[in-house]
Write a protein that binds this ligand. Structure first.
Ligand code: FAD
Ligand code: FES
Length: 277
């Protein structure tokens, strides 16, 4: 029998290098693994973050893969563990298991036109892939990013949004759901951005969709109407998780474990999973 790596079950120690609020509910945390080795993640994977004496929560890695031991998370304060992560100071020790999940298949994206559709905190896992692809920009064709939030106060990674908006090789469109005195840009749900662009070659386009469950239903219709193949619509799904390694069944949808078989699924796969979307 092949031995499973201990990081499946045993957290390794890591140290908080930077932490700062991004919005009223989201906090950016930069972490380094104490072993000095790279986390070794792929875009779209997640780690189980444990705060000693409190518990553990799955959180997506938001940074692109690096050779050094640092990586970035963005954590929304919703309960016990996430509130404890918000209270951590620079130098605090935490536990990390993983990286877990399948992540995005970056090789299958090479040579394709990319359309990212990111809603709210969905930008967090998508950013890892966006940054990876921008670091290897010549491997991809047209590069379009849609980002939508309920209000301007929920926008994340402001300097990066500005950079994407100013790059000549990226089409970046942003929207907020409702008019706001602090917002002079596009207003409307994220699907209202679709008429703003021309998908030149739908058969060569991969749509990467990450956002709240309600968003998928409507964005999927837009992508399918635009002629993008079901196999070329890629989504990251979120389910309640405990173990992260296919043992506890918390994340199971039919015969699939979201922690192992996902969280990234094509629409062609997910449409057969009851209640997946
Ligand atoms: C693969 C994956 C990636 C994730 N990535 C991120 C990320 O990058 N940033 C981030 O802030 N959050 C992320 N989450 C969600 C995060 O794991 C939960 O918010 C966290 O587990 C809540 O733990 P808690 O102890 O703070 O809350 P609890 O005290 O356990 O619960 C607080 C509230 O949150 C609800 N809740 C608990 N767990 C989840 C869950 N998994 N999904 C939805 N609602 C939940 C509970 O029902 C309750 O209403 C991710 C989840 C998954 C499965
Ligand atoms: S989280 Fe335990 S099986 Fe997926």
């Amino acid at each position: 029998m092949v031995a499973e790596p201990t990081t499946l079950y045993l957290p390794q120690f890591a140290t908080v290098l930077e932490t700062e609020p991004m919005t009223a509910t989201e906090r950016y945390v930069k972490i380094a693994v104490d072993s000095g080795e790279s986390l070794g993640h792929k875009p779209g994977q997640f780690v189980q973050v444990s705060v000693l004496g409190i518990g553990e929560a799955p959180i997506s890695v938001s940074s692109a893969p690096t050779a050094d031991p640092t990586f970035e998370l963005v954590v929304r304060n919703v309960g016990n563990v996430t509130a404890a992560i918000h209270r951590l100071s620079v130098g605090a020790k935490i536990g990390i298991r993983g990286p877990f999940g399948n992540g995005f298949n970056v090789d299958s994206l090479k040579g394709k036109d990319l359309l990212f559709v990111c809603g709210g905190i969905g930008l967090v896992p998508a950013r890892s892939l966006i940054r990876y692809c921008l670091n290897n920009r010549s491997d991809f064709g047209e590069f379009t990013i849609f980002f939508g939030c309920k209000s301007p106060q929920e926008r994340l990674f402001l300097s990066e949004l500005e950079e994407w908006g100013s790059r000549p090789d990226v089409t970046f469109r942003e929207t907020v759901d409702r008019p706001h005195p602090d917002w002079s840009g596009h207003v409307g749900v994220i699907t209202t951005l679709f008429p703003e662009i021309q998908i030149a070659s739908p058969k060569d386009t991969v749509a990467i969709i990450v956002g709240p469950p309600i968003m998928y239903r409507f964005v999927l219709i837009e992508c399918l109407n635009a002629g993008i193949d079901e196999e070329h619509i890629v989504m990251s799904l979120e389910r309640h998780m405990k173990c992260g390694v296919g043992k506890c069944g918390h994340c199971q949808i039919n015969q699939k474990y979201v922690c192992l078989d996902g969280p990234v699924f094509t629409y062609a796969e997910a449409r057969h999973l009851k209640e997946a979307i």
